[in-house]
Design a protein around this ligand. Structure first.
Ligand SMILES: [Zn+2]
Length: 397
């Protein structure tokens, strides 16, 4: 039986709304999942995250493997107790981060961005059928991660949902390499499932990951391979193309190959822009994770209902210096309902005051939480098409 109970289907799209049941409670879907990469949603207390309306957070296997280490987290009875979050936790497999080092900033290239970011200090020493040997970005020590290591770490972390270890190919890689890599990902999937069968914690759900890059036949074949295995859910990873149109096409191929009858939960990895969440929901995605709302908040950028500016406003810009306006009229988040002006927030952010970062993080996560609440209600009420059109036109969530 699927962990996902689908309660409503939208007649005009593939969208579905329901409840994903895990060992630590239920997740209302479709849902956005905030990142708790290093066992914290940066700057927030767990109860604040829950109060925003989030049911689940995502921890990062690669980072937690290196620091503080899975054994220490296990000593505290797993991630839930360690970080004080009693609700569902999903952990990624570490594949994305490990291969980011190997292919040179895959993290950026996979999503079609220019290479930037701090995740490239480590170095891959070798990649073979066993797994990946690499140098830790923390202390330069030599470390290894393969399918079994990843599943063992995720077992010790006590994740409610574990993602299998996959080879994550970057944007510039050709078809030949993508095909071979996707086949290896399928072999690794079998090893992950075998390890989990033997050593996985009771109740832990395991998601396979669809790869196949930007190639239609490889994506469809990968989706069918993954779906044929006894996985509890299906994630879509890897290179999703150069732009949004291509991303939607690729996600559509994978989900189409699964078919409407497959009621297992579907997770789209690393996607969280407002327009992408709307389209992803229409395509039949149940859960999403992304660094975007929290990372933008740390850089002084707020999410607002402004499609012409990619739903963003940079509060550090000089034009906000004397602004009495809130980030967003009518927003119930602590930053807006607390009466804080854009001028005050700009001052805090320019001076790197922690309060400013916290308020923006709270606003951005509140925005996406309400966006998902609205989408769920629209699916349930049979009004998704009109609701989505309104959002795309700049309606507040
Ligand atoms: Zn707000």
């Amino acid at each position: 039986m699927s962990a996902l109970q689908i309660l409503h289907r939208d007649p005009g799209s593939q969208a579905r709304a329901g409840v994903l049941r895990t060992a630590h409670g239920a997740v209302r879907t479709p849902a956005f999942v905030p990142l708790a990469t290093k066992a914290t949603v940066k700057g927030l207390e767990p109860r604040e995250v829950a109060a925003l309306g989030y049911d689940m957070v995502l921890g990062n296997t690669f980072h937690l493997f290196l620091e503080p280490g899975a054994d220490l987290v296990a000593h505290f009875n797993g991630l839930h107790d360690f970080m004080g979050w009693p609700h569902p936790v999903i952990t990624d497999s570490g594949g994305f981060q490990v291969f980011s080092m190997g292919h040179g900033a895959v993290a950026d290239e996979v999503k079609g961005r220019a290479p930037t970011g701090p995740d490239r200090m480590g170095r891959v020493l070798s990649i073979d059928e066993d797994g990946v040997r690499f140098r830790s970005y923390i202390d330069g020590s030599e470390r290894f991660m393969g399918p079994e290591t990843s599943m063992e770490v995720q077992a010790k972390l006590g994740a409610d949902i574990a993602l299998v270890f996959d080879e994550c190919t970057p944007f510039h890689i050709g078809r030949e390499y993508t095909a071979r890599s996707t086949e290896r990902t399928h072999r690794w999937l079998d090893r992950c499932l075998a390890f989990h069968e033997e050593h996985g914690p009771p109740g832990q759900l395991v998601y396979g990951i669809v790869q196949g890059g930007v190639y239609e036949d490889l994506r469809i074949a990968s989706a069918q391979e993954i779906a044929a295995r006894p996985v509890d859910g299906i994630a879509i990873g890897g290179s999703l193309g150069a732009d949004k149109a291509q991303m939607y096409e690729i996600v559509g191929w994978a989900l189409c190959a699964l078919g409407d009858d497959d009621a297992r939960p579907r997770h789209l990895l690393g996607i969280g822009d407002v327009d992408d969440l709307i389209r992803g929901v229409e395509l039949g995605v149940d859960t999403f994770d992304c660094a975007m709302p929290t990372r933008l908040g740390r850089h002084g950028v707020a999410i607002v209902p402004d499609p012409a500016n990619r739903w963003r406003v940079d509060l550090t810009a000089a034009r906000h210096k004397q602004s009495h306006e809130p980030i967003m009229e009518g927003c119930p988040c602590p930053a807006c309902s607390g009466g804080h002006s854009r001028g005050y927030l700009r001052y805090l952010l320019k001076n790197r005051e922690l309060t400013g970062v916290r308020l923006l993080t709270l606003h951005n996560l509140a925005y996406l939480a309400r966006l998902m609440v609205g989408l769920r209600a629209a699916i349930a009420g049979g009004t998704l098409a009109a609701h989505a059109a309104g959002l795309r036109g700049g309606a507040a969530p």
